[in-house]
Ligand binder design. Structure first.
Ligand code: HEM
Ligand code: HEM
Length: 188
């Protein structure tokens, strides 16, 4: 009897994130890595800089990230996350959930700041020159200028929150040794 019970226990699998949720997650990570690299490699931006070359790629990929995250949020609202395998403590659980929603918020607000800055410079933002997107501030706008400064600051805020998130995932995997991270890995 006990033997059958044990076999049953072993076949029970931790529910993982759905394939679309995983694709959204890892595509966002990939696009962010590309976007950070371009942001740091592109030329310094001055009064007369034109949005060409790497800068043009930065605007398009940034806008693509906003659209992707909006789609991801729509998906998430209609498809709840799978339950966590083992709740460490209600406080840690609350911190994890808050961090996830903070990440979603930053992934939208932070690129929009750059976008408003681009508009205030009189640059038109489009998706790879194919789909024109509306300006978020008027040319010469003081608000667009300030949001540009905030965009530069938020480069580091997002890195800090992502670092906390990745540290938590690795803590689950290597220290607690539970299935939390496996739920988001390809194949899982
Ligand atoms: C999540 C998406 C984005 C990331 C990770 C990102 C990252 C960066 C990075 C690393 C820099 C360089 C900062 C520095 O050298 O101090 C930068 C600058 C800039 N980004 Fe973004 N960016 C994103 C989205 C956008 C979008 C959507 C736009 C516009 C449509 C944009 C417009 C700009 C502009 C105009 C600058 C130069 C700011 C200045 O020097 O005054 N960014 N971004
Ligand atoms: C740019 C980097 C990243 C961003 C912006 C990001 C963002 C997010 C967000 C918003 C969620 C919440 C999903 C939901 O709605 O339930 C999430 C979940 C998750 N992420 Fe990331 N992530 C990043 C990198 C990583 C990396 C590198 C790892 C692995 C080492 C990872 C592992 C996980 C895991 C395991 C979950 C599920 C957590 C849970 O439901 O308890 N993430 N991520």
């Amino acid at each position: 009897m006990f033997h059958i019970f044990l076999e049953k226990m072993q076949t029970i699998k931790t529910p993982v994130y759905s394939a679309p949720a995983k694709v959204f997650h890892w595509l966002t990570v990939l696009l962010l890595a590309i976007q950070y690299s371009i942001g740091w490699l592109m030329p310094d931006i001055g009064r007369d800089t034109q949005p060409i070359g790497l800068i043009s790629w930065h605007l398009s990929i940034g806008a693509l990230i906003v659209l992707l995250v909006l789609l991801r949020l729509l998906w998430r609202w209609t498809h709840p996350a799978p339950p966590v395998p083992q709740m460490l403590s209600p406080l840690l659980n609350m911190i994890a959930r808050t961090t996830h929603w903070l990440l979603y918020f930053l992934l939208i607000a932070f690129p929009l700041m750059g976008w408003a800055n681009a508009s205030s410079r009189g640059w038109s933002v489009s998706l790879f020159g194919v789909v024109p997107l509306p300006p978020l501030s008027s040319k010469g706008s003081q608000l667009g200028h300030t949001l540009g400064d905030m965009h530069q600051l938020f480069v580091w805020v997002l890195i800090a929150v992502v670092a906390l998130h990745v540290a938590a995932a690795l803590y689950h995997h290597f220290i607690v040794k539970d299935d939390t991270m496996r739920r988001m890995l390809p194949g899982g």
